[in-house]
Design a protein around this ligand. Structure first.
Ligand SMILES: Cc1cc2nc3c(=O)[nH]c(=O)nc-3n(C[C@H](O)[C@H](O)[C@H](O)COP(=O)(O)O)c2cc1C
Length: 505
């Protein structure tokens, strides 16, 4: 990397050498990239942090933005401060060999930084001293300082390498300047997306591997977290001391945030919570119980809390309990299920309408396309079980995994409704349950039939006949056993492809 002095020289040389038209032409793909950024599409009030006389490409961008129906704002120096004024149409900027400085029209409305959705920081502004040569960083810092009381961290800041930009890689300084995204001629780098699930849990991708009895130990949880998702340790099949060991192993394997799922119906729930608290685990997902029981205590200790629900009624209880996020888990899901059998497609929009909390969808999501569908319904993240149960780091037995790879639609059914509705693979044990349920067996009889340790016997020890084999409907979409990191990557890629390839009506 060149020194700052050399970089300055290069830029000024390039400004002289590269003809104006060429500079404008090369800025077109940058503008195109900027305009498809979801955050840019959503923004209505856009501030261009400088668009000066010799920066023709930036001025082209200002015009393009105004033409696209955005409210465009420009900074005006006022002593030591910048005022933000609205750019009122094209009058001040006429394309041509040389532009007039796009000073906002006299008397145009002045706004505060908190009214701005997105700041575009053009060109070298962020790789030279963190500010434009001459007047730059001081103003920039002061401008954004005014945004410190904005909700969600103030406006979204996009650095763009327009015009005579010499570097096409994302400059490290962009990170120091707290850019949230950087757009160059050939690539876009998102540094901060404004996804609430990511910000609550401090993760890169809003993908959570659900707690799963006999599947999600430290190997799986740490692999998902290291890949940018949030890995959960499934404490439902652990005694407190074992959970403590898994927490330590998870910490040794990754420095990224991870969490613990505590099903509140576990006979060890209280002791498991004591372990979580004493080990200062940053995130807890509770399930199968009342969110009010543990949320206040966990929140007091600074733990981020999410709770899993199968109805919008329970989502409202979660909001009342003060959780940080809610997981809406539909009937397709593996493991224990809601009595009302509401499917993900129907549940998610209703939970979205019922609460304003950050919302994760679960149940039937095994791919990026499924994730995109959940987002279309209002989710901001996903909790995925079945897909991660069938990966290399899952602690399920090889026999269980191989059986699952051959399953087709209809090979799992919801059973044991009188006890606790559970989605099971149709094996010999399931046939016994079905026979008992068909003849109207009582809850007590079913509890006895289930006995103890059947999930362990089936999933962990690989007894495919007598074991209780839990897996979700999505299993029929799965035919491989990749690594957890590959699953996270392919979900992110698949999500992006699905969104980009969506039918335009
Ligand atoms: C084998 C298995 C065990 C599970 N165990 C638990 C559990 O202990 N606690 C819990 O909250 N959810 C449990 N779940 C549900 C998952 O955390 C997750 O919400 C669900 O699997 C999502 O649906 P999907 O399987 O369609 O991805 C389990 C799921 C599976 C497949």
């Amino acid at each position: 990397m060149e020194s700052k002095k050399e970089l300055r020289k290069l830029i000024s040389m390039r400004k002289k050498q590269v003809p104006l038209e060429e500079r404008r032409r090369r800025s077109v793909p940058v503008m195109e990239r900027l305009m498809v950024l979801p955050r840019f599409r959503k923004a209505q009030n856009i501030l261009f942090y400088w668009a000066m006389q010799d920066e023709v490409a930036t001025q082209d961008a200002v015009i393009a933005c105004a033409a696209a129906g955005k409210n465009v704002f420009l900074p005006v120096v006022d002593g030591d401060f910048l005022r933000i004024r609205r750019f009122s149409g094209q009058a001040a900027l006429t394309p041509g060999e040389s532009y007039a400085i796009p000073e906002p029209v006299e008397g145009s409305e002045e706004v505060r930084i908190s009214d701005i959705d997105l700041v575009v920081v053009p060109g070298v502004a962020f790789d030279m001293d963190g500010g434009r040569m001459g007047r730059g960083k001081g103003f920039y810092d002061r401008l954004l300082a005014g945004a410190s009381d904005c909700s969600q961290g103030g406006p979204y800041k996009v650095g763009v390498c327009f015009d005579f930009q010499v570097v096409d890689a994302v400059p490290r300084e962009a990170h120091d300047m707290l850019m949230d995204a950087v757009v160059c001629e050939s690539r876009t780098e998102i540094i901060r997306n404004d996804n609430r699930v990511c910000s609550v849990f401090g993760i890169r991708y809003p993908i959570v591997s659900g707690g799963m009895v006999w599947c999600s130990g430290w190997r799986l949880a740490s692999a998902v977290s290291a890949a940018g998702g949030l890995g959960l340790l499934g404490a439902g099949s652990m005694r407190p001391e074992l959970l403590r060991e898994h927490i330590a192993s998870c910490r040794a394997a990754t420095d990224k945030p991870f969490g613990v799922n505590v099903p509140l119906m576990s006979p060890y729930a209280a002791e498991l919570m004591e372990v979580v608290l004493s080990e200062k685990v940053p995130v807890v997902f509770t399930s199968a119980g009342n969110p009010k029981t543990w949320t206040p205590r966990l929140k007091d200790a600074g733990v981020k809390v999410a709770h899993v629900v199968s109805s919008s009624k329970f989502a409202v209880k979660c909001a009342e309990a003060g959780v940080d996020a809610v997981v809406a888990e539909g009937f397709e899901a593996g493991g224990h299920n809601g009595r009302e059998e509401t499917a993900t497609m129907v549940l998610v929009p209703q939970v979205r309408a019922a609460v304003s909390l950050p919302l994760l969808a679960a149940g039937g999501i095994v791919s990026g396309a499924g994730m995109a569908a959940a987002f279309a319904l209002g989710a901001e993240g996903v909790q995925v079980g079945t897909r991660f149960a069938l990966c290399r780091e899952s602690s399920a037995s090889e026999e269980f995994k191989q059986l699952c790879l051959g399953l087709k639609e209809g090979d799992t059914m919801l059973a044991l409704k009188k006890v606790s509705p559970t989605r099971l693979i149709k094996n010999d044990f399931y046939a016994q349950v079905q026979e008992a349920e068909d003849r109207g067996a009582s809850k007590e009889e079913l509890v006895e039939l289930l006995g103890r340790g059947r999930a362990r016997q089936g999933i962990f020890e690989g007894d495919l006949s007598a074991g209780e084999l839990e897996i979700g409907q999505g299993v029929s979409l799965i035919s491989d056993l990749p690594s957890a990191a590959d699953i996270v990557r392919s979900m992110v890629d698949g999500y992006r492809r699905a969104v980009a390839g969506m039918e335009v009506l």
